[in-house]
Design a protein around this ligand. Structure first.
Ligand code: GTP
Ligand code: ZN
Length: 224
């Protein structure tokens, strides 16, 4: 008996259609070739990127990292966070596995933008933590939404994901957007004296599943 129904999975909620799949090409990198697909947000022209390795269309349990842009660490080598290391590790993972997706989203500073993130850093140097600084500037802790990531994954026809993250909000966000998360792949990074308080704050205040290697709260080195 033939089944003439559309193979599409029923949406759990209304899916957004904000993106235009704009351009794509293979880029040779030190890790190997990355299929680079640029999506444009029709509302604001912002360009988000999907880096794809191997076959992902129609697949379950595709290794996926949803990564938010962090110019300061990724380009300038800032030690105040672990973003660059997480990006590097996720690219290592998908190229070694021969399959996966890194979504590089233009959500600098958890969505507040570069200029405001630097304002937040100035406040942090006066003693505020990452979330207190956001609030002092009039922002919520985290302005990011996951509809864009879900739309990109739907365009790639990824059926379910193994999500590389320590952030439980990302897992909940994807599930809410109708992308099944089969399992979490922990994203383990090294801490240093400049980012240890930031990582600890994320763990304590937003439940990030971060393993800090030295757990002695009172002996951790602080930035001078
Ligand atoms: N507003 C603000 N943004 C920051 C700060 N430090 C890093 N970021 C931004 O935070 C984003 C990365 O988010 P994280 O919360 O580190 O990690 P996550 O992506 O939510 O979770 P993981 O998947 O576990 O990495 C990037 O866009 C960074 O630019 C900060 O002190 N203030
Ligand atoms: Zn960062």
């Amino acid at each position: 008996m033939s089944d003439t129904r559309s193979p599409q999975v029923l949406p759990t909620r209304k899916h957004t259609q904000h993106l235009e799949r704009f351009s794509e090409a293979d880029i040779p990198t030190e890790r190997g070739s990355l299929r680079t697909i640029v999506f444009r947000d029709k509302r604001n022209g912002r360009e988000h990127v999907a880096l794809v390795v191997g076959q992902v269309s129609g697949h379950e349990g595709v290794p996926v990292r949803i990564h938010s842009e962090c110019l300061t660490s990724e380009v300038f080598g800032s030690l105040k966070c672990d973003c660059r290391e997480q990006l590097d590790r996720s690219l290592d993972f998908i190229t070694q596995a021969g399959q996966g997706v890194v979504l590089y989203l233009r959500q600098e500073g958890r969505g507040i933008g570069l200029g405001n993130k630097i304002k937040a850093y100035a406040l942090q140097s006066k003693g505020l933590d990452t979330y207190e600084a956001n609030r002092q500037l009039g922002f919520a802790d985290d302005l990011r939404t996951y509809d864009i990531a879900a739309e990109m994954l739907r365009s790639l026809d990824v059926r379910s994901v193994d999500l590389m993250t320590n952030n439980p909000l990302k897992i909940a966000g994807m599930v809410e957007e109708g992308i099944p998360v089969r399992r979490r792949i922990p994203s383990r990074t090294e801490h240093n004296p400049h980012n240890v308080d930031y990582l600890r704050t994320k763990r304590e205040r937003t439940g990030h599943l971060i393993e800090l290697f030295a757990e002695d709260d009172d002996t951790e080195a602080k930035t001078g």
